[in-house]
Design a protein around this ligand. Structure first.
Ligand SMILES: [Zn+2]
Length: 214
């Protein structure tokens, strides 16, 4: 479309490639997960994966451009992801340039296991240094866990409140659902998904080994 900024095709190609990578790693199977990147700030325009598509086969042409209210601007009749409101809220609260969402086995398991504590602490691992601004393995990362809901506007408000309380967080978990991470740009957000998914798997596997050795 003529009103798409010049860099939209590049962002769309990167988003599709990242989503296919998530699928290949088992973090976005069965059409789950979604990805977005800021195209413009004023007015806000987001490039975003559509609803219900196989992330293993996602191509750049399927990426939608949406406005600050979650309406699709690029393809009349196309359906944006159900979780568009969450992406928009995270972009606004964190001034993020990209938001990525995965449904991995380990993020799902741990979001349920630690739900009662309202979050999950990860500390002592070298890989923490892959998170923006973290300089030492002694960093303690608190991943807040939010109760899941199908009311996306209520869930977005809950996400917004949580992000204001935990301004240092690099990601958050939705209970029994998945992980949200963001970054100044797509490269940073992608790196942080990889770091957090790695750490969640380490934490989960460690717990299993400890229990089987007890
Ligand atoms: Zn989801």
């Amino acid at each position: 479309m003529s009103d798409r900024p010049e860099h939209f095709p590049q962002l769309a190609a990167s988003l599709a490639s990242i989503a296919r990578g998530f699928y290949a790693r088992g973090w976005a199977v069965g059409t789950s997960g979604n990805v977005s990147a800021v195209v413009d700030r004023e007015p806000l325009r987001l490039a975003m994966s559509p609803s219900g598509v196989d992330k293993g086969e996602l191509v750049a042409d399927q990426i939608l451009m949406i406005d600050e209210r979650g309406r699709v601007l690029s393809e009349p009749g196309a359906k944006p992801s159900d979780e568009t409101a969450l992406h928009l809220r995270i972009v606004k609260e964190c001034s993020a340039g990209a938001v990525l969402h995965t449904h991995s086995i380990w993020n799902t398991v741990l979001s349920e296991l630690h739900a009662a504590e309202g979050g999950l602490a990860i500390e002592g691992y070298e890989m923490l240094k892959g998170l923006h601004g973290v300089k030492t393995h002694q960093h303690r990362e608190w991943l807040p866990i939010i109760q899941n809901s199908q009311d996306m506007l209520a869930l977005a408000d809950n996400v917004g409140d949580t992000l204001r309380k935990h301004t240092d967080a690099h990601g958050l978990l939705l209970r029994g659902h998945g992980l949200y991470t963001w970054g100044d740009d797509l490269a940073e957000a992608k790196r942080q998904v990889e770091i957090l998914e790695f750490l969640l798997e380490v934490v989960g596997r460690t717990l299993l080994l400890k229990r089987s050795n007890a």
